[in-house]
Design a binder for this molecule. Structure first.
Ligand code: NI
Length: 176
């Protein structure tokens, strides 16, 4: 397994619209494994292929308390949704930034597993939030896109500053 590089806002590649997966082959299984490992190592609960610069419709997530129930959703579609919930969301592509986002409370999602088998699930709560957040990535949308332009610009500046501080620290220290 390999850890993949995660793109960060405002990288324009994060706005790419992903294409459906057509081949359920060994390379897809390897990608699912690599994405799952990358998600766990980054302490995330979800990761969309877009975030690792693969523009195919798949996402991985694990919303279990013990982080031992990895799931994959390939070519996911939301076939019904109802209600409303608001969660404070973060994103591995927008590190250190959190904002409240309104999503559907209950969703029905239809997707395929890594072998190409179709399944359908009814989800609510955090699991439903996570799927909606990751499916946004697959159409090139980030949670900061729900913020006002002013707030989004503040996020951009904060991230630029964080990167500068991190680069300076790397310069000032001997990293072996
Ligand atoms: Ni995200």
């Amino acid at each position: 397994m390999a850890k993949l590089n995660i793109l960060e806002f405002p990288d324009p590649r994060l706005t790419t619209v992903a294409k459906p997966v057509e081949n359920f082959d060994e390379s897809l299984k390897k990608l699912v494994q690599d994405m799952t490992q990358t998600m766990y190592e980054a302490n995330g609960i979800g990761l969309a292929a877009t975030q690792v610069n693969v523009h195919k419709r798949l996402l991985v997530l694990d919303v279990s308390a013990d982080q031992n129930q990895p799931r994959v959703y390939i070519n996911p579609e939301i076939t019904s949704q109802a209600g409303e919930q608001t969660h404070e969301e973060g994103c591995l592509s927008v590190p250190g930034i959190y904002a409240s986002v309104k999503r559907a409370e209950n969703i029905t999602v239809k997707a395929r597993d890594a072998d190409g088998n179709v399944f359908e699930e009814q989800l609510e709560g955090l699991h439903a939030v996570c799927i909606q957040h990751e499916m946004d990535h697959l159409v090139g949308r980030l949670f900061v896109d729900y913020l006002s332009p002013l707030k989004r610009n503040m996020v951009r500046k904060k991230l630029e500053k964080q990167r500068k501080v991190a680069a300076k620290e790397a310069e000032d220290h001997l990293v072996i």
